[in-house]
Ligand binder design. Structure first.
Ligand code: ADP
Ligand code: MG
Ligand code: ZN
Length: 467
C-alpha cells in the first residue's frame, strides 16, 4: 500500500583530453597528484578558463536525453569546505544549466522518465582511507562531469536499473564516457521517499555516490523498508543524507540534508557566459551514432526479435551489423538470430553476413541440421570458406536415408563396447538412449537426421526386447 518514489542525480565523468577549466590530463590511474596545476588545485590568483572540448560530450549527453539545449549557459560557485575541494567551492551550474526538459523511454517497464536538467561541474579530488590515514589524489580535481537530474518518476529498483543500463550503454556508444562504474566514472545519488497511494510526495532522503547497479537496487530496497517501518511506528522522515555500506547492506545517516541556501551559490565571476549555437548542436547531433537503445528497439520492430535477443545482439556493434545484413540478405530473421546467438555464445570469431545468411538458408531448406549448421558456421567463421562450397566439398548434407541410418544403428548395437548400454536400456534405464543416439550420430559423422536416428534406434531396441 506504500509507494516508493525515486529521483536520480547521476554524475558522469566525461571522456576528454583535459580537465574542465585547465589543460591538465584527464586520466584515470596515473600516479597520485601528477596531473594537477594551480588552477585545478585552486591556488590563489589562478583563473579558470573553460575548456571548449568539454562541450562536445556534454551537449551529446543533453541530446541523447532529448533535452532542449540552452543557447546561453554559465557557471555558479557552490561554496563548501572539504579536503577534497582545495578551491573551497565547486564550479557547477545552478541557475542556467546547459540542457533542460528531456526524457528517456524505458522499453521493458514501459515508462518515460523525465529529465529535469543536465549541467556541467568539476569533480572533486579522490580521498582514500588507508590504515587510519587519508590520502588525497588531486588528479581527479577539475575532471569534467555532467550531472543528470531526473524528475521523481521512478517507482521501483527495476526501473532505476533499466534507466542506468540504458544511460551507460548509450553514453558509452556515443563516446561521452567510458562508463566504468567500478572506477567511479558514473555515480548515482538516490533521492527516495515513500507515500500511501494518492498522497502528495513524502519527505525524501538522499543516498550518495552509488557506484554499482547491485548496490543501487539493494539501497533502494533497504531505504524504502526503513522509511515505511518508521512511518508505521508513527515516526517522521527527516530530510537526511544517507550512506549505504555495500558490505553490510546497511543504510546509515551521514548528515542532515543541506539545502541550496547553505552553499551560498553565486555566478562565478571568473567565467563568462558560454554560447551554444543551434549550428553547433546540429553538428554534435550528427556525430552521435545510432544508439544501442534505439537499435534494440528497431531490431524488435523491424526483425521481430524478442527483447532479450535484441539486447544480446546489440551489445556489440559488430554483432548487430552482421545480424542486420544477414537478416536482410536471407529474409530468415529468426533462423539468422538463433544461429548467431548460439554462435557468439561459443566463439569469438564472427562469420561474415554472407556466410551467416547462406548457413541460415541451408538450415532452413533442411539440407543441414541445426547441429551441422553450428559446426559449419564455426568452421567458416575461422576459415572464410563459402558455406555452399563447404557443403559441396565435404558432402556435408543431412543423412535422411532410412537404410543408411539403419546400417549405422546396427553397427552401434552390435559393437561389444556398447553391450552394457544396450542391456541397461533393456533393464529399464532409458537414459542411455541419448548415449546411443550420440554413438550413431558419430557413426554418421554428425550428419544424421536426429529425429530419424532416434526413432530407428528405438524401434530396433524395443523390437529386440519384444523378440
Ligand atoms: P536539491 O535541490 O536538494 O538537489 P532537487 O529539487 O534538485 O533537490 O531534487 C533532487 C532530486 O530529488 C531530483 O532527482 C528529484 O527528482 C528528486 N526528488 C525531489 N523530491 C523528491 C521526493 N519527494 N521523493 C523522491 N525524490 C525526490
Ligand atoms: Mg540537486
Ligand atoms: Zn590543472
Amino acid at each position: 500500500m506504500y509507494e516508493t518514489v525515486i529521483g536520480l542525480e547521476v554524475h558522469v565523468e566525461l571522456k576528454t583530453e583535459g580537465k574542465l577549466f585547465c589543460k591538465c590530463q584527464n586520466r584515470f590511474g596515473d600516479p597520485l597528484n601528477t596531473n594537477c596545476c594551480e588552477i585545478c588545485t585552486g591556488l590563489p590568483g589562478a583563473i579558470p578558463v573553460f575548456n571548449e572540448e568539454c562541450l562536445i560530450p556534454a551537449v551529446k549527453t543533453g541530446l541523447i536525453l532529448n533535452c532542449e539545449i540552452s543557447e546561453k549557459t554559465r557557471f555558479d560557485r557552490k561554496n563548501y569546505f572539504y579536503p577534497d575541494l582545495p578551491k573551497g567551492y565547486q564550479i557547477s551550474q545552478l541557475y542556467e544549466p546547459f540542457a533542460i526538459n528531456g526524457h528517456i523511454d524505458l522499453p521493458v517497464s514501459g515508462k518515460t522518465i523525465r529529465i529535469r536538467e543536465v549541467h556541467m561541474e568539476d569533480d572533486a579530488a579522490k580521498l582514500m582511507y588507508e590504515n587510519g590515514r587519508t590520502v588525497v589524489d588531486y588528479n581527479r580535481c577539475g575532471v569534467p562531469l555532467v550531472e543528470i537530474v531526473t524528475m521523481p518518476d521512478f517507482r521501483t529498483a527495476e526501473e532505476v536499473t533499466e534507466f542506468m543500463e540504458i544511460l551507460r550503454k548509450d553514453l558509452r556508444a556515443a563516446g561521452v564516457t567510458d562508463g566504468r562504474l567500478e572506477q567511479g566514472s558514473m555515480r548515482a545519488d538516490i533521492n527516495l521517499s515513500v507515500r500511501k497511494e494518492g498522497e502528495s510526495l513524502g519527505t525524501r532522503t538522499e543516498t550518495k555516490n552509488m557506484a554499482s547497479f547491485k548496490a543501487i537496487a539493494k539501497a533502494i530496497e533497504e531505504e524504502s523498508k526503513r522509511q515505511i517501518l518508521l512511518l508505521e511506528k508513527g515516526g517522521r522522515i527527516s530530510q537526511q543524507t544517507m550512506r549505504f555500506d555495500e558490505e553490510t547492506s546497511r543504510i546509515e545517516v551521514m548528515r542532515t540534508k543541506e539545502n541550496s541556501d547553505d552553499y551560498k551559490y553565486f555566478p562565478d565571476p571568473d567565467l563568462p557566459y558560454i554560447t551554444i549555437s543551434e549550428e553547433f548542436s546540429r553538428k554534435i547531433r550528427d556525430m552521435i551514432p545510432e544508439l544501442p537503445s534505439r537499435k534494440e528497439k528497431r531490431f524488435m520492430e523491424d526483425f521481430g526479435l524478442r527483447d532479450e535477443d535484441s539486447r544480446v545482439i546489440c551489445r556489440s556493434d559488430d554483432v548487430a551489423d552482421v545480424f542486420e545484413k544477414a537478416a536482410k540478405i536471407s529474409g530468415l530473421n529468426d533462423v539468422v538470430a538463433s544461429l548467431l546467438l548460439t554462435h557468439i555464445a561459443a566463439s569469438e570469431e564472427l562469420p561474415t553476413p554472407e556466410a551467416l545468411s547462406k548457413t541460415a538458408v541451408l538450415l532452413h531448406s533442411g539440407k543441414i541440421s541445426a547441429g551441422m549448421a553450428r559446426t559449419l558456421l564455426s568452421d567458416v567463421a575461422v576459415s572464410g570458406e563459402d558455406p555452399d562450397e563447404y557443403v559441396e566439398n565435404r558432402g556435408f548434407v543431412r543423412i535422411t536415408d532410412d537404410g543408411l541410418i539403419a546400417d549405422a544403428v546396427d553397427k552401434v548395437l552390435s559393437d561389444s563396447g556398447n553391450a552394457k548400454a544396450v542391456s541397461d536400456f533393456k533393464s529399464g534405464k532409458d537414459k542411455v538412449l541419448g548415449f546411443l543416439v550420440g554413438k550413431v550420430m558419430r557413426e554418421l559423422k554428425g550428419k544424421g537426421d536426429a529425429e530419424k536416428v532416434r526413432s530407428i534406434l528405438l524401434n530396433k531396441l524395443v523390437g529386440d526386447i519384444d523378440g
